[in-house]
Write a protein that binds this ligand. Structure first.
Ligand code: HEC
Length: 129
């Protein structure tokens, strides 16, 4: 390899690492418990989430038509059963992009306090039960 091509190796490594980490959901911190109160979360949901996720969580909110991919049907046990509490919590807290999903799912950590994120996650969880 000529000297002037040496920069390629570290660049490729950085790109590969960035691509991998964009898709990886980091493991839950040890002893992670979602907690949260689904009844309180329902109010947060109606205010902040229903526009895209639909009033009943079916992924059919007023803004959903313009979204690609479409939001998941939160009432589907088959789909939602594959997600851990940690994944649900994390995608709401850090946004879709942080876990390799659509960036149209925003990060709520600057808009909601942590207990509210847990409440709304608990509400989302309750929809498929
Ligand atoms: C601007 C539209 C929009 C708003 C507002 C929004 N979301 Fe999302 N959300 C999305 C989209 C689009 C996805 C799908 C991402 C994907 O599958 O790549 C998503 C994904 C999710 C997921 C992951 C679902 C799965 O498949 O595991 C959860 C959980 C979620 N949203 C919860 C919420 C909550 C809770 C709120 C309110 C605090 C909220 N979202 C607000 C658009 C939105």
């Amino acid at each position: 390899m000529k000297i002037r091509h040496l920069w390629l190796a570290p660049t490729a490594l950085i790109l590969a690492t960035a691509t991998l980490s964009a898709w990886a959901v980091p493991p839950a911190p040890q002893g992670f418990q979602l907690g949260g109160d689904a009844t309180r979360g329902k109010a947060v949901y109606a205010r902040s989430c229903a526009l895209c996720h639909g009033p009943a969580g079916k992924g059919d909110g007023a803004m959903a038509a313009g979204l690609d991919p479409k939001p998941q049907d939160f009432t589907s046990r088959a789909e939602m059963g594959k997600r851990s509490d940690w994944e649900i919590y994390l995608v709401i807290r850090d946004g879709g992009k942080a876990v390799g999903r659509s960036p149209q799912m925003l990060s709520y950590k600057s808009m909601l306090a942590d207990p509210q994120i847990r409440d709304v996650a608990a509400y989302v969880r309750s929809l498929a039960k």
